[in-house]
Design a protein around this ligand. Sequence first.
Ligand SMILES: CC(C)(COP(=O)(O)OP(=O)(O)OC[C@H]1O[C@@H](n2cnc3c(N)ncnc32)[C@H](O)[C@@H]1OP(=O)(O)O)[C@@H](O)C(=O)NCCC(=O)NCCS
Length: 196
Amino acid sequence: MFKSLKNRLRFHQKRIWVDASANVSKKAVLDTHTYGNGSIRIGANSRIFEFAVLSCCGGAIQIGENSTVNPFCVLYGHGGLQIGNGVRIAAQTVMIPANHKFVSTDRPIYQQGLTKKGIVIEDDVWIGAGCKILDGVTIGKGSVIGAGSVVTKSVAPYSVMVGVPAKPLYNRKDRCETTAGSEDTICDSHGSNTSI
Ligand SMILES: CC(C)(COP(=O)(O)OP(=O)(O)OC[C@H]1O[C@@H](n2cnc3c(N)ncnc32)[C@H](O)[C@@H]1OP(=O)(O)O)[C@@H](O)C(=O)NCCC(=O)NCCS
């Protein structure tokens, strides 16, 4: 996924690698140092909009090619956050690849450490506005997550999920239609990043 990054960097500083063709708003926050050293990689033609926050918390955040992270998203990296190609993450979505441990009632929760499994968002996923994606979750290729959903478990490829907690509405493979020539098509035929 990141082969192309080797020779085509927009910038490389503080463990941040951004492809030359990617667009990161100056008003976005890319934090690789708070709570430990993390890293951020952003692939070709991806776009991070203003007021999005990518905060590694000691982990690695990887975003593939042709993906967008819209305003006011907060993406943490603790146990690792891997986002594939052609992913759309709508405004105010939060991804948290960690949980506080809270088994003991004798100590404050903040002193009990964290569990960290990591989150994977596969290619061609659309995550609606205001979703929460919790630790340990893999969202399978081609899935759609309805606005406001809380995803607590892994999602099979091509699922349409909605609700709190998110439950499957149907599988896109069961309702497959071609969109070739559709007026609704937003991306151009080269798949460039013209849609949020
Ligand atoms: C999920 C979504 C894509 C619709 O998919 P769809 O297949 O067209 O689904 P429908 O609209 O036919 O709804 C099917 C059922 O799911 C429910 N539903 C749809 N979206 C829902 C959501 N986000 N949360 C909870 N329930 C939802 C509908 O109320 C309906 O329930 P019913 O059968 O009891 O009436 C859409 O509702 C959505 O959430 N879009 C995200 C929009 C967004 O955030 N855009 C950001 C900018 S790109």
